[in-house]
Ligand binder design. Structure first.
Ligand SMILES: *Cc1c(COP(=O)(O)O)cnc(C)c1O
Length: 341
C-alpha cells in the first residue's frame, strides 16, 4: 500500500477527507450489517432528532505506525464500552462493542494510505459517532439512528515540543451533579464553547472547571482530565461522577503504578490544595499530556514549581512511558495494543 503524498510533518488538527468511512443504520429495532462508503455527506430530514434535540454521542481515538511498521490503535475496547455507556444515557440503541471495534478496523484499513509514517509525530484520528436521524418534534428519543466512523490525519498536538500552558478557573460549570458529564456527548461540548471562547479572549489556553455543586473541587477541562503530582511524587487525579472517564488518564494511572512504581490516588481534589502540588497535566487522546505551568483564579496566580519552560520530571516520565508503549518501544500490558492487520 502506497502512502498518500501528504506533508506529514506540518499537519494541523484539521479535518481532511479520507477515502472511506463506515456507516450502519438502526431501523425497526435492529442495526443493519453496515458497510464502507465513499460518500462523506449525510442527507437527513430537517426534523432529525440530532438536529432538534442533540441526540448524539461520539468517541475519539488514533491509529498510528509503530517503529516496526505495524498500524495499531490503543485500547479501542475502552472506547467501544464507553460509547455503549454514552448511548444508553441518551436513550440510544447501543452499537455493540464487537461491532464498534470491527468498524474501526475496517475504516482504518480502508484508509491505511493516510496513516502517517512512524516518527512523523502525526496520527490518523478516528471519530466514531452515532445520532438520531428520523424526524422527531415531540421531545422523545428517535426511532432510527446512524452509526458512522470516519478518519482524518492530524499533526502532532505540540509542534516543537510540549510547552506548559496557562489555564483559568472558569466561572461557568461543565456538568451538573447527576447530569451528563460522564458521557461523551456533543451536548457537553456545545455548552462549553462560550466558556472556552471567553477563556481564550482573556488570554488563557484552557478552563479548569470546578464541581458545580460546591465549586470547591477540581473536575476537568472541556476535553481533558487532570493529573497532579504531589511534592512527594504521588500521582493524584480527581474522583467525580461528573468527569468523563479518560482512557489516557486511566492508562497513565496504571503506568504510574505498575511501570514507574509510584503511589496513585483517585480522590476528591480541593482547589485549595492545588497550590501545594509540584506538577499538573491535562490528559486526553489528542496530546496524551499537556503540562500546565500556571493556574489563574480571578487574578490569583498559582505557578507550578515545574515552571513554564518544560514538562515536570514526573510528567515527562509518564509521557515517555505511555507514548513508548503506544509506539511499540516499551512492552504494553496485555490487550492495550490492537494491531490492524
Ligand atoms: C474525550 C474526553 C476526555 C479525554 O478522554 P480520552 O479517552 O483520554 O481521549 C476528557 N474529558 C472530556 C470531557 C472528553 O470528552
Amino acid at each position: 500500500m502506497e502512502k498518500k503524498k501528504l506533508d506529514w510533518e506540518n499537519m494541523g488538527f484539521n479535518y481532511m477527507q479520507t477515502d472511506k468511512r463506515y456507516v450502519a443504520n438502526y431501523k425497526d429495532g435492529r442495526w443493519d450489517d453496515g458497510a464502507l462508503t465513499d460518500d462523506a455527506n449525510i442527507v437527513m430530514n430537517e426534523c432529525a432528532g440530532v438536529l432538534q434535540y442533540a441526540q448524539t454521542v461520539f468517541e475519539g481515538l488514533k491509529a498510528y505506525t509503530t517503529e516496526d511498521g505495524r498500524i495499531v490503535t490503543f485500547r479501542p475496547d475502552l472506547n467501544a464500552s464507553r460509547m455503549v455507556d454514552s448511548a444508553k444515557r441518551l436513550e440510544m440503541p447501543p452499537f455493540s462493542e464487537e461491532r464498534f471495534i470491527d468498524a474501526v478496523v475496517q475504516t482504518v484499513k480502508a484508509n491505511a494510505a493516510y496513516v502517517p509514517p512512524y516518527g512523523s509525530g502525526a496520527t490518523l484520528y478516528i471519530r466514531p459517532y452515532m445520532f438520531g436521524i428520523n424526524p422527531v418534534i415531540g421531545v422523545k428519543p428517535a426511532d432510527e439512528y446512524q452509526f458512522r466512523v470516519f478518519t482524518t490525519p492530524v499533526g502532532p498536538y505540540f509542534k516543537g515540543g510540549a510547552k506548559p500552558i496557562t489555564i483559568c478557573v472558569s466561572d461557568f460549570d461543565r456538568a451538573a451533579p447527576r447530569g451528563t458529564g460522564h458521557i461523551k456527548a456533543g451536548l457537553n461540548y456545545a455548552m462549553s464553547l462560550h466558556a472556552i471562547v471567553t477563556a481564550h479572549a482573556n488570554g488563557f489556553d484552557e478552563n479548569m472547571y470546578l464541581d458545580s455543586a460546591t465549586r470547591t473541587k477540581v473536575e476537568e477541562t472541556g476535553g481533558a482530565n487532570f493529573i497532579f503530582v504531589t511534592k512527594d511524587n504521588k500521582i493524584v487525579t480527581p474522583h467525580s461522577d461528573t468527569i468523563l472517564p479518560s482512557i489516557t488518564r486511566r492508562s497513565l494511572m496504571y503506568v504510574a503504578e505498575h511501570y514507574l512504581g509510584l503511589e496513585v490516588e483517585e480522590r476528591d481534589v480541593y482547589f485549595d490544595e492545588v497550590k501545594d502540588f509540584a506538577e499538573c497535566g491535562l490528559c486526553g487522546t489528542a496530546a496524551v499530556i499537556s503540562p500546565v505551568g500556571k493556574i489563574v483564579n480571578h487574578g490569583e496566580e498559582i505557578c507550578l514549581p515545574s515552571g513554564m519552560e518544560k514538562m515536570g520530571p514526573t510528567t515527562r516520565k509518564l509521557y515517555d512511558t505511555l507514548t513508548g508503549i503506544q509506539m511499540g518501544q516499551i512492552e504494553a500490558p496485555e490487550g492495550w495494543i490492537k494491531v490492524i492487520e
